[in-house]
Design a protein around this ligand. Structure first.
Ligand code: CP
Length: 310
C-alpha cells in the first residue's frame, strides 16, 4: 500500500481518497504509538532528514520519532548550525544531503513554495513541514484525524477556525482538507486578519466571533503569529485577548460537546485561556500524539513501507 506520489506538499492537491488512506493508516500507527514496543521494521534501510529553517518543537520531533518508530535512520539539520550560514543555497544544501543517500527530506521554510522547489530538484521524497503562509499539510492531517477520532466523522460538522487567518498555513491546509469532506467551515478573527478573497475557498468568513461560534462542533484556535506580522493588525494583545481570546464564556455558544483544537505553541492568556486549554473540551495533547501517528503514516505511504502494518 502506498500513495502514488513522490512528495507531500499540501492538502490542496490531495484527493479525498488519498487523505482517507493516510488517516486510515494513521489509525493503525496510533496503535503502535500507544503500544509497549514502539518499533517496526517497515522503513528499515531508509534515511530521513529533517531540514528546518524555522523553530519547531512538535513537527520536527514528531517526524523524527515517527521515522525512528518505523525503523528508518534520521538526521536533523538546523539551518542555523549548517553551511547555510556560510552562504550555501537551499538547493545546494538539499542536493548535498541527497548525495549522502537520503530517501526523504522533511522541510520547514519561511518562504512559501520552498518545498516545491526541492520536490522538482530531488529524487528523494519531499514533505512540507510548513512553508511560509502557504500550507502545513501534516498539521491539517493530524487535525482531521483528531476530529474524526472524537466525532466519528468530518462530514457536516461546523468547524470554526479562529484568529490570524491571513498568516496561517494551518488554516489554509485545514480549509483544503475539511472542504473535501463537506464540513461547514467558518473563519473568524479581526477583519484585518481575514484575507478578502477567503470565501472563494468555500468558507464563511466573519469578524463577529459570536456568530461563528454559535452551534460549533469544533473550534480550532490559531496562534497569533507575531513573527509574521509587520504590526498594526490589532491595537494590542490585551485587546486581541478581550475580543478574540477563547474563554469558557465564549465556548458556551458552541455545542456542549465542542472540541477545542490548537496547533501549538499556545500563547496562553492571548488566543486561549489556560482554563479552556486544560478543560475536558481541549484535545491539544491528543493532537500532538496523533501527530506522530499521522507522520508515521505519511512516511510509510510515501516511502513504500515494506511490511503490512496492523
Ligand atoms: N504546530 C506546529 O507546527 O508546532 P511546531 O512549530 O512546534 O512544529
Amino acid at each position: 500500500m502506498s500513495l502514488r506520489r513522490k512528495d507531500l506538499l499540501g492538502l490542496e492537491d490531495l484527493s479525498r481518497k488519498e487523505i482517507d488512506r493516510i488517516l486510515d493508516t494513521a489509525e493503525r500507527m496510533r496503535g503502535i504509538v500507544d503500544g509497549p514496543v514502539k518499533k517496526l521494521p517497515a522503513l528499515r534501510g531508509k534515511a530521513v532528514v529533517t531540514l528546518f529553517f524555522e523553530p519547531s518543537t512538535r513537527t520536527r520531533n514528531s517526524f523524527e520519532l515517527a521515522a525512528k518508530y518505523l525503523g528508518a535512520d534520521t538526521v536533523s539539520v538546523a539551518a542555523q548550525a549548517s553551511s547555510v550560514q556560510k552562504g550555501e543555497t537551499l538547493l545546494d544544501t538539499a542536493r548535498n544531503l541527497e548525495a549522502m543517500g537520503i530517501d526523504a527530506v522533511v522541510i520547514r521554510h519561511s518562504q512559501s513554495g520552498a518545498p516545491h522547489l526541492l520536490a522538482r530538484a530531488l529524487s528523494a521524497s519531499v514533505i512540507n513541514a510548513g512553508d511560509g503562509i502557504h500550507e502545513h499539510p501534516t498539521q491539517a492531517l493530524l487535525d482531521l484525524f483528531t476530529i474524526r477520532r472524537h466525532k466519528g466523522r468530518l462530514e457536516g460538522l461546523k468547524v470554526v477556525i479562529v484568529g490570524d487567518i491571513w498568516h496561517s498555513r494551518v488554516a489554509r491546509s485545514n480549509i483544503f482538507g475539511l472542504s473535501k469532506y463537506g464540513a461547514e467551515i467558518w473563519v473568524t478573527g479581526p477583519a484585518t486578519l481575514l484575507p478578502p478573497e477567503i470565501e472563494a475557498l468555500g468558507v464563511r468568513a466573519t469578524d463577529r466571533l459570536e456568530e461563528a461560534l454559535e452551534g460549533a462542533d469544533v473550534v480550532n484556535v490559531l496562534r497569533i503569529q507575531l513573527e509574521r506580522q509587520a504590526g498594526g493588525y490589532f491595537p494590542s494583545l490585551r485587546e486581541y485577548s478581550r475580543f478574540w481570546g477563547i474563554t469558557r464564556e465564549k465556548l458556551a455558544l458552541c455545542r456542549e460537546d465542542v472540541l477545542v483544537l490548537h496547533p501549538g505553541p499556545m500563547n496562553r492568556g492571548v488566543e486561549i485561556t489556560s482554563e479552556v486549554a486544560e478543560s475536558d473540551r481541549s484535545v491539544v495533547l491528543d493532537q500532538v500524539r496523533n501527530g506522530v501517528a499521522v507522520r508515521m503514516a505519511v512516511l510509510y505511504l510515501l516511502l513504500g513501507g515494506g511490511i503490512a502494518v496492523g
